[in-house]
Design a protein around this ligand. Sequence first.
Ligand code: PLP
Length: 388
Amino acid sequence: MSLTKVSRTLTEIKPSLIRRFLDVARRRPGTIDLTIGDPSHKTPSHVIEAYVRALREGKVKYSTSRGIYELREAIADKYRREYGLDYSPDEVVVTVGASEAIFSTIRALIDPGDEVLIPDPGFVQYEPAVRICHGKPIHHPLLEEKDYLPDVEAMKELISKRTRVIVMNTPCNPTGSVFTRDILKAIIDLAEDHDLIVVSDEVYEKFTYDGVTHECIATYSPERVIVINSFSKTYSMTGLRVGYLLGPRELVEHIFLIHFYNVTQTSTPAQYAALAALRGPHDFLKEAVELYDRNRKAILRALDRLRIPYVRPKGAYYVFPRIDMFGMSSMEFAKWLVEHAGVAVVPGVAFGDKGKAHVRISFSQRTDLVEEAAERLIKALEGFSKNR
Ligand SMILES: Cc1ncc(COP(=O)(O)O)c(C=O)c1O
């Protein structure tokens, strides 16, 4: 058998440009990395302690595949307390990060050739996940002139007999937009009219600014929504790989099958860390949001000074400025920035065609680095036309 004989599906899938730019940044010493969405606030000490305690207590064997009961109970309690939603622990599956939850959910909901509406620009996993599951990704644009909120009327035009799922993400990576209540209700109306399931990725729920708060779309129609969330960002524990999904029992049972046959479970000690995370205290969170807000302002000040247009991010920790004024593609611009400013960002095209004239700047790094990067951007780009 030829070693090059791989599934044809894979020939359409390329490695993430984010990782590629991260590698570029790491190869050039002194580059400030504003590519990746890893949080920089300190992982709460009670989370670390619970992880170590779980190891010491020998909690290193298989757990229940859908996640330890206390953790699923704590997740259900969180949704009751914060959003007034009434999930039972059996309607929760603890996953290997939100990434696995997204993948397992899409795999469970579609058959080959089914269509899935995904945002463009959107998080880099959605399109490959749909393709790997033999589905057809249909891009629904998040337009800059609409503050990167979905145009639900326009989404309607993209629905066909094969459409099964709408994937949405708020607060949004890469744009920082936070969907309004009206948008959420309109998405639910659309899903009801066409009998679709909404998969809502809410991993940045706790990071919002300017007095905006996140709303969970499931509050408008829990029976139509799979909510996806994670401990990665909120608790700064991206490497422990704990996420989860919640939804109506019948759907969750099917998603669970994919989860079970693919990964069996997520790490047992990491689940104990996640349980401690949810039990709190949560006082670290206010400081974390203040940190990202400070970083956001430092980057926005630099963009203002350079007269680079952007939509003010209200959530997550990204801004998605338009850079076509520099006469380069997003790829060329990102490379130019590494070389001339020592700052790595992600070319917007990594997030879909609608990102071609943009770059994504992550402001999740330590404040001193973000401030230094803002200075470097000003220095390199103020002199841009002179030095080219
Ligand atoms: C929108 C979005 N969803 C999901 C994820 C994946 O999160 P996790 O670490 O829980 O797999 C990320 C990570 O960057 C993200 O930005």
